[in-house]
Design a protein around this ligand. Structure first.
Ligand code: NOJ
Length: 558
């Protein structure tokens, strides 16, 4: 079955306001009873995702992989890891999701590969200067004996970015580049084979009906072949490994491949860039469709910070005609329930520490309020699996079970990212909570307290976070005001308040502070993240309102 044919051909703009749910397959649902999530588990839970009301699924890498970095070390771009299933299972997921009106987006990892990939193994076996090595960044070492690293570039996972090889006779050989772990050698994108291979991989998956690709580490792919050190204050385009101008040609050519298909296939960039204009340059009409808004994700729970980010985002996206994206979390960052329960509620990779004091009740309250805020903003919305259940970060995983290389490369200082990758609790009152069959230990242990947060328990509780997400997404689908770009701030409600109008009289009011505030005159409260106190909106609460029309005209649109 052609999955793409199930969608209406005129629905070319589906991605502009889509709700996209991120599936971390390993931790979503275990269909074959081995303690690891898999595609059979996803197939069984598709009705849950349809009920939740999402438009698309983004799958983290599902390819064969030694899992040195949770699957972002790909050994074969055209296969499925046997722990997750088969290519036929992936095709079935794509088709069955499409039958429920849900599109599929997959993860493409162009910056690096697994050391187990046949091309890298061939390069290791070949001699210095051989064509096999030219597809990667092999280089002699610096210093008289070649035993010093070629550059001092720092890894995104901390530490050095070069590893020395060993020659067949046991002597030390050339070095190779890896911006992440040594098990993830970087591709050389100046080599035509690397470009052709990726073009082919895109078509391989588009031909199987995927509606889009999420591009991993998209700003790192091109390197300066002269291998200079990083300048002290690199100007735009001057960093040897980040945001190089030549990248735009790569994504233009990918866009032309996506555009070969009659229905819209999208490119979504993972771009961690501080300069918003450099960021939106990737979203010009002939490049990517959208990119993750990490600026918003990283901001603390403070009205001025959130407002500044929203303004900056909307203003920078408008000129390129691309929709903004709103992302509260993903498989790399601390879950919002935990993050918003902390004194420092912003996010930075280098700040993660064991034992940070956290008020989870406050965090959950704010995370629920944040979910109404992001669902009311113009653009597309990403939901990371488990956020709809209000799951916190798991911060007491036994150290011997942690697998994330970020933990090890920080010498144990950084707890790593496994705490947001713990298998989902589906049902029952003890682990594995329906994730795996009774008696099977999941690959990471779930906290006993998750008995109160299972999908089953929450489905029957109208006040649960799951019920709130379902209501929010159903309303978002129903309200036409939320699908276009129209947006105006409503001012005058207080310094700790974010309030804005969508359309003539739909408003979202977020009380970021702690004291109750008066709501603007309204005819109806459509939704709220916690109970109102009479006509007041308590601290850490959001509401969607129908404004009185007269009052809708009154506030100053900022
Ligand atoms: C970004 C991914 O989201 C992250 O999980 C991964 O570790 C790095 N890219 C390297 O692929």
């Amino acid at each position: 079955m052609d999955a793409a044919a199930l969608f209406h051909p005129d629905d070319t703009d589906w991605w502009r306001s889509a709700v996209i749910y991120q599936v971390y397959v390993r931790s979503f649902a275990d269909g074959n009873g081995d303690g690891t999530g898999d595609l059979a588990g996803v197939r069984a839970r598709l009705p849950y995702l349809a009920d939740l009301g999402v438009d698309a699924l983004w799958f983290n890498p599902w390819y064969p992989s030694p899992l040195a970095d949770g699957g972002y070390d790909v050994a074969d771009y055209r296969g499925i890891d046997p722990r997750f299933g088969t290519l036929a299972d992936a095709e079935a997921v794509i088709a069955e999701a499409a039958a429920l009106g849900i599109r599929t987006i997959i993860d493409i990892v162009p910056n690096h590969i697994s050391e187990a990939h046949p091309w890298f193994q061939a390069a290791l076996a070949a001699a210095p200067g051989s064509p096999e090595r030219e597809r990667f960044w092999f280089h002699p070492g610096a210093g008289e004996n070649g035993d010093e690293i070629p550059t001092h570039w720092v890894s995104s996972f901390q530490g050095e970015t070069w590893t020395r090889t060993t020659n067949p006779d046991g002597t030390p050989g050339e070095w190779y580049l890896h911006l992440f772990t040594p098990e993830q050698p970087d591709w050389n994108w100046n080599h035509p084979d690397v470009r052709a291979e990726h073009d082919d991989v895109l078509r391989f998956w588009f031909d199987r009906g995927v509606a889009g690709v999420r591009i991993d580490s998209a700003a790192l792919v091109i390197k300066d072949p002269a291998l200079p050190e990083v300048p002290e204050n690199p100007g735009a385009g001057e960093h040897p490994t980040q945001d190089r101008d030549e990248l735009h040609d790569v994504y233009r050519s990918w866009r032309s491949i996506a555009d070969e298909y009659p229905d819209t296939r999208i490119l979504v960039g993972e771009l961690w860039l501080e300069d918003i204009d450099r960021f939106t340059a990737y979203l010009r009409p002939d490049e990517m469709h959208t990119a993750f808004n990490f600026d918003f994700l990283a901001r603390p729970w403070q009205a001025d910070e959130l407002r500044a980010s929203i303004d900056m985002t909307l203003n920078a996206h408008a000129p390129v005609g691309a929709p903004s994206t709103w992302v509260l979390s993903n498989h790399d960052v601390t879950r919002p329930v935990t993050r918003y329960g902390r004194e420092k509620s912003g996010f930075a990779f280098l700040d993660k520490r064991f034992g940070t004091p956290t008020d989870l009740e406050l965090g959950l309250r704010r995370a629920r309020a944040a979910s109404l805020l992001v669902a009311a903003l113009p653009g597309s919305l990403y939901i990371y699996q488990g956020d709809e259940l209000g799951l916190p970060e798991v911060e007491d995983l036994p150290l011997e079970l942690i697998e994330d290389p970020m933990h090890f490369r920080s010498e144990g200082v950084d707890p790593g990212r496994d705490g947001c990758r713990v298998p989902l609790p589906w049902s029952g009152d003890h682990a594995p909570f329906g994730f795996s069959p009774e008696g099977v230990a999941s690959w990471l242990p779930q906290p006993a307290a998750w008995s109160a947060r299972t999908a089953e328990t929450q489905a029957s509780d109208p006040d649960s976070t799951l019920s709130l997400y379902r209501r929010t997404l159903a309303l978002r689908r129903e309200l036409p005001e939320l699908h276009g770009p129209d947006f105006a701030w409503i001012d005058g409600l207080g310094d700790d308040v974010l309030a804005f109008r969508r359309g003539d009289d739909l408003a979202c009011v977020v009380n970021v502070g702690t004291r109750p505030i008066d709501l603007p005159p309204h005819t109806r409260v459509l939704l709220s993240s916690a109970a109102l106190e009479g006509e007041s909106l308590p601290g850490g609460t959001s509401a969607w309102l129908r404004l009185e029309t007269a009052s809708a005209d009154a506030p100053t649109a900022g």
